[in-house]
Design a binder for this molecule. Structure first.
Ligand code: ATP
Length: 443
């Protein structure tokens, strides 16, 4: 446990030092539960986001993308049940005034910080409330959306009218969600602002079990896409008595994060016709589906796989964090064992020496040619000795380092390609580089 806690501290510090993730508003002392992504964090997140969109939207014929507004009419949140019930149990210490989530405490009477007495449990609504326009009254209330899901239910009719899809079909959305978490913690795991990747998949009521199983396996396939260690993923069937008000069946997919026991990474829920029926009733707009073949109207049922993008980034970061002593290269090294598919930098190109113009010129040529094909994932580095450059690339998880040396320019025998995990180098002819890397990157 101690070791894992240390690992978390080292990961947080590496993320800051190397430009993956910074504390939000840091120069003002921070804002709890907010995080800013730096250049490498953005690249990692974008790669994960793209793999998700590919698997769940582009590679399929039954999915429609949506990008809905974060601010929505307050009636959306009344109909969905969020205004009345999107709350966590809150307790406050009578002595130090700190607030805690009651369901996260072992002893609900005693403050875990100062030992003082805790007050009575209250329900705390987690939606961030705001007012839209210049008037601050009941009619102008809105909320920052606490989930992306409702943006899809309220666009169900629009998508039906534009594309006339036949059941089963789904809507997919990636976007920000906001929750005023009582106790944000564990790095980005529990943030107040985060991104979700969600699907609302509409089915005939009789088909829900089959499609639930389909998405159950698709969720696991996605964890393979991003390279997560499969033995760290666990399914947790939610006890019927603990199900959310809209759900008839839910499985949480948990991951062995380094800060304690396994924790929720994703959820998969059978939401019945709860949402479409609730929005039909509240808006007065008919959200039924007309089945031409059987000439019947009904409200489709819905399967919802829900993914946290930031939680995926955190799982990938913590899973990738590795240390070893590389034989032949001396001291302990820290390296991020990212799958090449998600690695923010896929290839770094070096001239062996910075002050040899013929080496630099050739290395620039190799770099620019690779960049034409692989874009942002290719980096040029000529700073410091070669050992230091390898260390720096290991620390940000670059799978391959290419070095242009004297043999490259004098004998035309190609470049060396070093593998991050084994440290082994092999010589590859320059014209073979692109097929070689394509094969290794499993794209
Ligand atoms: P938890 O039990 O951890 O509070 P939840 O069950 O409320 O999560 P859902 O409402 O099912 O979460 O949200 C779907 C997904 O959104 C979660 O599986 C998670 O990946 C992500 N998520 C939810 N809350 C947060 C948060 N505060 N910070 C980061 N990601 C979150």
């Amino acid at each position: 446990m101690k070791k894992e806690e240390n690992k978390m501290e080292e990961l947080v510090s590496l993320c800051k030092r190397r430009g993956f993730i910074y504390q939000g508003s840091e120069i003002y002392g921070g804002l709890a539960g907010t995080w800013d992504y730096g250049h490498l964090g953005v690249a990692l997140k974008n790669n994960i986001r793209a793999l998700w969109w590919k698997r769940f939207v582009s590679d399929r014929e039954d999915m429609y993308g949506v990008d809905a507004s974060i601010l929505m009419n307050q009636n959306v949140w009344k109909a969905s049940g969020h205004v009345g019930g999107f709350s966590d149990p809150l307790v406050e210490c009578k002595k130090c005034k700190k607030r805690f989530r009651a369901d996260h405490l072992e002893d609900k009477k005693k403050c875990p910080e100062c030992g003082g007495e805790l007050g009575d449990e209250k329900q705390f609504n987690m939606m961030f409330k705001t007012h839209v326009g210049a008037t601050e009254d009941e009619t102008s209330i809105s909320y920052l959306r606490p989930e992306t899901a409702q943006g899809m239910f309220v666009n169900f009719k629009n998508v039906m009218d534009s594309f006339h899809p036949k059941l089963p079909f789904g809507l997919a959305q990636i976007g920000k969600a906001f929750r005023n978490e009582i106790a944000p913690r564990d790095f980005t795991f529990r943030s107040r602002e985060f991104e979700q990747m969600e699907i609302e998949y509409f089915v005939r009521p009789t088909d829900w079990k089959e499609k639930f199983e389909h998405f159950r396996s698709q969720v696991l396939e996605f964890t393979k896409d991003v390279g997560l260690t499969q033995s760290k993923i666990h399914e947790h069937e939610i006890d019927p008595k603990d199900l959310a008000h809209y759900s008839k069946r839910t499985i949480d997919f948990e991951f062995d994060f380094p800060f304690g026991e396994k924790k929720e990474l994703y959820g998969l829920a059978y939401r019945t016709d709860f949402d479409l029926s609730a929005h039909s009733a509240a808006s007065g707009v008919d959200l039924a589906y007309f089945d031409e073949a059987n000439k019947e109207r009904f409200v489709p049922h819905c399967i919802e796989p829900s993914f946290g993008l930031d939680r995926t980034v955190l799982a990938v970061l913590s899973d990738a964090y590795s240390e070893d002593e590389m034989s032949g290269e001396g001291e302990k090294r820290v390296f991020m064992k990212f799958s090449p598919r998600v690695a923010p930098i896929k290839v770094a190109v070096f001239p062996l020496l910075k002050n040899k113009p013929n080496l630099v010129e050739k290395a620039r040529e190799v770099f620019l040619n690779l960049k034409k094909v692989h874009g942002a994932g290719i980096m040029f580095d000529d700073n410091g000795n070669i050992g230091k450059r390898y260390r720096r690339q290991d620390e940000i998880g670059t799978p391959f380092c290419i070095t242009v040396d004297f043999e490259t320019v004098e004998k035309g025998t190609g470049v060396t390609v070093r593998d991050r995990d084994s440290g082994k180098q092999e010589r590859i002819m320059i014209e073979e580089l692109i097929p070689f890397l394509n094969g290794k990157m499993m794209i």
